[in-house]
Write a protein that binds this ligand. Structure first.
Ligand code: AMP
Length: 281
């Protein structure tokens, strides 16, 4: 496995391994790799001949009071995980390598970024789409693998790829969960014991919503109220949003008549957690 910190070295390594009908697969991450990331790498292995994992804690996508400084950066463990899982190349640039000068060019996807996480993180998605554009330009993958865990992110990136005619395909991989249902996340490390016990309520509220939809309940306000009452069984969870939206436009839905994205975000004392499911009526 090769490790490159410089853009120039990544470009030449990918170029040397492109050729013929070889498929280049990219898994973009911020490191602190866990079984969720590993599931993306495994999906990439099935569908690609040369697998690149990027590890970059992108400073621009963190808001002023967010956890950029504290974000875990266990690079040695991450490299071991990549090696053990058959990654061919790790791209782990510094912020100075990615942004040598002040960044004054941004890629903005409108509308889809106004709702859900975009409301409480107003500059987040343009930073994500910009850094993904940079990674796509540097690596030029045929496929890039993203987790359903960050549902809005993958919808926004698919839109960007379509609108800008980027020549790669975005593959969405299912959310990997702990045995008690909590979606695996690098930020779960922040949870203390009490918070960790409360955190599976997110998934529990999503499962309740799914059960209601499957039993024919259509009114989203009723379903959201029931989800809220599950989350309120712990006063450690402060809902940021609980929403039922269109899976394509992310627009609010009042009455369910097809597939919907049910998404929830909560603030805990130590961190913010998100989760979602797609349910078809
Ligand atoms: P991050 O390192 O948090 O930026 O995540 C990198 C990629 O891993 C993103 O596409 C995430 O959606 C994906 N990911 C994170 N957690 C999970 C999970 N529990 N299951 C599946 N994919 C995940």
């Amino acid at each position: 496995m090769k490790v490159a910190n410089k853009i120039q070295n990544v470009r030449s390594s990918v170029k040397a391994n492109r050729g013929g009908s070889k498929t280049i697969g990219l898994v973009p991450t911020m490191g602190a790799l866990h079984i969720g990331h590993i599931s993306l790498i495994q999906a990439a292995r099935k569908q690609s001949d040369f697998i690149v994992v990027s590890i970059f804690v992108n400073p621009t996508q963190f808001g002023p009071n967010e956890d950029f400084d504290n974000y875990p950066r266990p690079i040695d463990d991450d490299l071991k995980i990549c090696e053990q899982n058959g990654v061919d190349l790790v791209f782990a640039p510094t912020a100075a390598e990615m942004y040598p000068d002040e960044n004054i060019t941004w890629v903005t996807v409108e509308k889809l970024t106004d709702s859900l996480c975009g409301r409480s993180r107003p500059t987040h998605f343009q930073a994500v789409t910009t850094v993904c554009s940079k990674l796509f330009n540097i690596i030029q993958p045929d496929l890039a693998f993203f987790g359903q865990k960050d549902a809005q992110q993958v919808i926004v990136i698919k839109q960007m790829v379509a609108d800008l005619n980027m020549s790669l395909k975005i593959i969405t991989c299912p959310t990997v969960r702990e045995p008690d249902g909590l979606a695996v996340s690098s930020r779960n490390k922040y949870l203390n014991d009490e918070e960790r016990k409360a955190a599976p309520l997110l998934y529990k509220s999503l499962l309740k919503a799914e059960q209601l939809v499957k039993s024919g309940r259509k009114n989203t306000a009723d379903i959201i109220a029931q989800m809220k009452s599950i989350l309120s069984t712990s006063d450690l969870l402060q809902p940021d949003y609980i929403e039922i939206v269109d899976t394509r436009t992310l627009g609010h839905i009042e009455s369910i008549n097809g597939p919907v994205l049910i998404a929830v975000a909560v603030k805990l004392p130590s961190t913010r957690l998100i989760d979602n499911i797609i349910v078809d009526a």
